[in-house]
Design a binder for this molecule. Sequence first.
Ligand code: GLV
Ligand code: MN
Ligand code: MN
Length: 404
Amino acid sequence: MTFADLWRDLAPLGRDPVTGGYRRYSWTAADAQCRAWFTSQAEKRGLTVQPDANGNLWAWWGPPQPGAVATGSHLDSVPDGGGFDGALGVVTALAAVDLLKEENFYPERAIVLLTFTEEEGGRFGLPCLGSRLLTGAVDPQAARELTDDAGVTLAEAMASAGLDPALIGPDPALVGHLGVFVELHVEQGRALAPMGCAIGIAEGIWPHGRWRLDFTGQADHAGTARLGDRRDPMLAYAGTVLEARHAAASRHSVATFGKVIAEPGAANAVCSAVHAWLDARAADEVTLSETVTDIRSAAKRLSVEHGVTLGVREESYTPVVRFDEALRDRIAVVLAAAGMPAPVLPTGAGHDAGVLAARLPTAMLFVRNPTGVSHSPAEHADLSDCEAGVRALALVLRDLAGPQ
Ligand code: GLV
Ligand code: MN
Ligand code: MN
């Protein structure tokens, strides 16, 4: 099966027919289809698939043992996400195994294909949940209690998918099997196109986090409540959105309110509460902290001004990540020798590779995205660049898992 065949096969799973975007949320029917698809493709290639207690899928080529060379990514999506974010790394890993087999390569160190659970935090709000649980970066009890928008806990969702949520948590023995992890991902940004390069290598990941802001006021009649009498949480929220933009723009950081819920949600009533999620990222942790501090102060000031109360809770925080320099240089040499110059790029996007980087040498490859658009149905990579990604990943796996 070529990359294009694999891609066509996976493409319909979890795609919304109206928006064309993906809704592959963890532990839903779409997620189960994606997992079944990956498992069957891996087994067709003779790999042994073993889910871990956190729901991450491990497909082994060669006996599991320390020093394994891991690759892969995730199959879950943001709401109406693009088809490439995560899926490209998983499909490319399968296609790279095919290419290596065609070349009669057999790994001296096991190669393991990983598919992580809930990388986006699209259902339970905590990004990289599967890799965080695996490596002990999140408390399992806190994770079990995470809820989706319908109030279903992670524990309930996992149980209904047939997993035992009591077993989630760190697995040092399994992590100890990993010698190195290389995640291939669609580029999120458009640095590669003007450089004329199909493939890039990650330098590091900006520190980032998510904060939930709850503005609580007083519901009232939209036609009869006088403006001066209102305690409207929407006003405090709306002002905060604009202040967030200023706080980020003045520091070259980014701040986004991409999710907001107004309660009770009547067109003819002042709302009683607004729940909003801030995603903020910056090149360094001091700048990120200053950005968020400014936004929190603005939210507080505006809440007082409009007579509403404010609650702020940090839902996740990911420190700055710098990928292993020796591994990065080694990959750059391998790709350059094959006529694939790969520039080194920073990214503002989070990845499971960033979580694993705290435990083992980790690297990332990016595949050119001509528009840079991501987390959107408009996300794209050309087939020829995806095929270059397969060649690049195969070269890297051959180098890392072959004779040293
Ligand atoms: C994941 O894609 C993130 O950066 O939020
Ligand atoms: Mn993403
Ligand atoms: Mn991703």
